[in-house]
Design a protein around this ligand. Sequence first.
Ligand SMILES: [Zn+2]
Length: 120
Amino acid sequence: MTMTEFYAARLDDTELLARAYLKRADDRGTDRETWAYKLLLREVEAGRKIIALHTPDMTKYSPETHARLTKHGIYSCPVCATVRTEHKEDWGADRFPCLTLCSLAASWSDHPDYDEAWLP
Ligand SMILES: [Zn+2]
């Protein structure tokens, strides 16, 4: 399981939890708990959008190139990629998953499937 798959699965878990609560709480739609669960659903959607934005589009590569890039980790987040035009150093690829995704996934660092290597 990749870190991105792990994070997406935790978002799915959160959505199920929030929807189950809201289904039972239809008659209490204005209380503080209902507001909190609706907030969770909005956070789930934001998390999914962040995953989509911070994941490289590998569909533009041939299967061979995709396999080589994946094997060597030679691709990076399209949002967080470092701007290097002003630097002469020989930079390697930026980390993927990026620190943004790792930071969000770290909210579930106590989950049994969480890998300590993902810590930001
Ligand atoms: Zn990123």
